[in-house]
Design a protein around this ligand. Sequence first.
Ligand SMILES: [Zn+2]
Length: 211
Amino acid sequence: MARLAFKPDASFFRKIAIGAVGTRAVREDLGVHGHQAVELERGSTDTKLWKNVKRKRVRIPDLVCTRCGLRVECRTKTTPELSMSHSLTDEARAWDFGMVDSDYIAFPICIANDEAYWSAGKLGPEASYWHERNWVHWETAGRINYFPIRSFRATPHAKSSTKGVTEGAETIISWPAVFANRSAVVEAVAGHRVTTRPSVGGRRNSRKVPA
Ligand SMILES: [Zn+2]
């Protein structure tokens, strides 16, 4: 079915690009906090695909700090959510495979702030031609959230969904979370209740994190 090949490749490339943009943002952010993060997995900040180099049964974290040894996996999102891909049947594809409690997962949010499509079609006597281009300018939105693996292991995930027949069936699991939709400072965390104060002033807001 070569005819169908273009779309899945384009969306796969988009996923890879989003992941790389997010990992670069995390590397930069860790630098601001005194870490010197480098990529261990060749290509986690690039879109180059390395075929047949995946070492089986070993997880290589996206970033490692050369100063303190901190290991960070990046799960770049396009909307605020704490979700990860997971496999119930293949141990090596489980969300936390090969990770230790002190490893961190970073959740950068990557959005397309400018996107342009260009396409051209030509028809000759016996052949047709289709050419498509898609330029996207990416930016990361808001702050990057970091959580240790132990927090996820200690909290059961809330829901799961299976999707993506074209790119191989994939289960997505997510954890309960609330995100501030404006700039705010966290004033208090009591049990499942988070109290925030808007940066620009105004009334405090108290939200309950779903259990
Ligand atoms: Zn460090």
